[in-house]
Write a protein that binds this ligand. Structure first.
Ligand SMILES: Cc1ncc(COP(=O)(O)O)c(C=O)c1O
Length: 407
């Protein structure tokens, strides 16, 4: 179990908001950063800052070693076969776009189809819509039920010999549900389609082993797993990355350039055009160290305990609608809900006055809210390693107060 003392590792949580203890319950949007991450980035800037892969001098070599060391840490964290399978990107969104543009343009053609679920974050919808328009393929959308369970029968019917890719979330950022990726991958592979998992949430909340996952691509977000913003990663097997054309062109991704043409660097650097976010990668490496010390199994258990506690407390309140599964064992650390007669934006504003930060809005999942739940917005509380039962108590008390204020 993760002890409440973990909270002390996160300096921002000592802040007071409107004079109140700070209860940060928006970790699904972005997580707070432990001191070890802040220090690793500070140390890099103070002692090692130089452009990586470029200089022959000591500082550049040290910076390169640290940058490539961070790649190794991410690879080990998700049990990749090699660090060559990790491409650093700006975020999970860019990782998905990299697949859509580089792999998509080379592999998906007119008359083909790509399958996604209605539960996806906009990051795993919009790139496929954009590429669908360019490449003239069909985008098929699989339904989910109110508990966030993917309609596997429909999915199986939608996957045909013309399906090139099935792209699904590893964990919904609204409902917390985790689709059965290994099952889905078997279905897709039987028909020759590849599988992309949007791991922006799942990698931060549950143990990830890409050798068991069964997927072909995994998108990772640094800022959602205690790392800094501006860094993420794409995992894919080295052989698959080698078959793909580059995404962006520029420095670092080339082997040789003439005025007429260019040849490409080895993977993963072929996909890392321009000066990379080395300090971000160092921060992500430190975040991985921190999570590994806690143990991702413990992180998952901790969040399940909090979800069970929060669901129980929320259900004692009158006029609350909770979206998604009501069984903590079936979800990650996020609960979307609404309070009768109180708009979620008003609720979030009133909770802020009590020192509680929750999210309100469409959570970048408008199709899920509109098509499955027929709402435009919800409130959402979400957890991480530093979340405590006291945060949840403070939030529930603030909801009760907000309801009284709003009559
Ligand atoms: C499920 C899911 N996918 C993708 C993203 C986008 O991640 P990033 O901010 O790293 O681009 C998010 C962010 O909220 C998310 O929750």
């Amino acid at each position: 179990m993760i002890r409440a003392m973990v909270r002390n590792d996160f300096p921002i949580l000592r802040r007071r908001i409107h004079g109140k203890r700070f209860a940060y319950l928006d970790s699904t949007a972005t997580t707070q950063k432990p001191l070890s991450v802040i220090r690793a980035m500070d140390e890099f800037q103070r002692k090692y800052n130089a452009n990586v892969h470029r200089g022959i001098y000591t500082l550049s070599e040290e910076a390169t070693e640290l940058y490539e060391g961070a790649r190794k840490k991410v690879a080990q964290f998700i049990h990749a076969n090699s660090e060559r399978e990790i491409v650093f990107t700006r975020n999970a969104t860019e990782a998905i776009n990299l697949v859509a543009y580089a792999w998509g343009r080379a592999n998906v053609h007119e008359g083909d189809n790509v399958v996604i679920s209605v539960m996806e974050h906009h990051s795993n919808i919009v790139p496929w819509q954009m590429m669908g328009r360019e490449l003239n393929y069909e985008l098929r959308i699989t339904d989910v039920d109110a508990a966030g369970l993917i309609d596997l029968r429909q999915l199986e019917q939608q996957i045909t010999k013309r399906t090139k890719l099935v792209a699904v979330t590893g964990m919904s950022n609204v409902l917390g549900t985790m689709p059965p990726i290994a099952n889905i991958a078997r279905m897709a592979h039987r028909k020759g389609a590849l599988v992309l998992v949007d791991g922006a949430q799942s990698v931060a909340h549950v143990p990830t082993d890409v050798r068991k996952l069964g997927a072909d691509f995994l998108a990772i977000s640094g800022h959602k797993m205690l790392g800094p913003s501006g860094i993420g990663a794409l995992w894919a097997k080295q052989e698959l990355l080698e078959t793909m054309p580059p995404f962006l062109g520029g420095g670092d991704m080339i082997r040789e350039v003439t005025l007429q043409s260019a040849t490409w660097n080895d993977v993963p650097w072929k996909f890392e055009a321009g000066t990379p976010n080395a300090v971000g990668a160092i921060g992500l490496g430190a975040a991985v160290d921190y999570l590994q010390k806690l143990g991702m199994g413990n992180v998952h258990k901790h969040e399940q305990t909090l979800v069970a506690y929060a669901l129980k407390k929320l259900r004692t309140l009158k006029g609350i609608t909770i979206y998604g599964p009501l069984d903590a064992r079936k979800k990650g650390g996020v609960i979307a809900f609404n309070v009768d007669g109180v708009h979620p934006h008003d609720l979030a504003t009133l909770l802020d006055r009590e020192g509680v930060a929750i999210r309100s809005g469409h959570h970048c999942a408008q199709p899920l809210l509109r098509n499955v739940f027929n709402v435009m917005a919800t409130a959402r509380m979400s957890f991480s390693v530093y979340t405590t039962k006291r945060d949840i108590d403070q939030c529930v008390a603030a909801i009760e107060k907000a309801r009284r204020v709003m009559g």
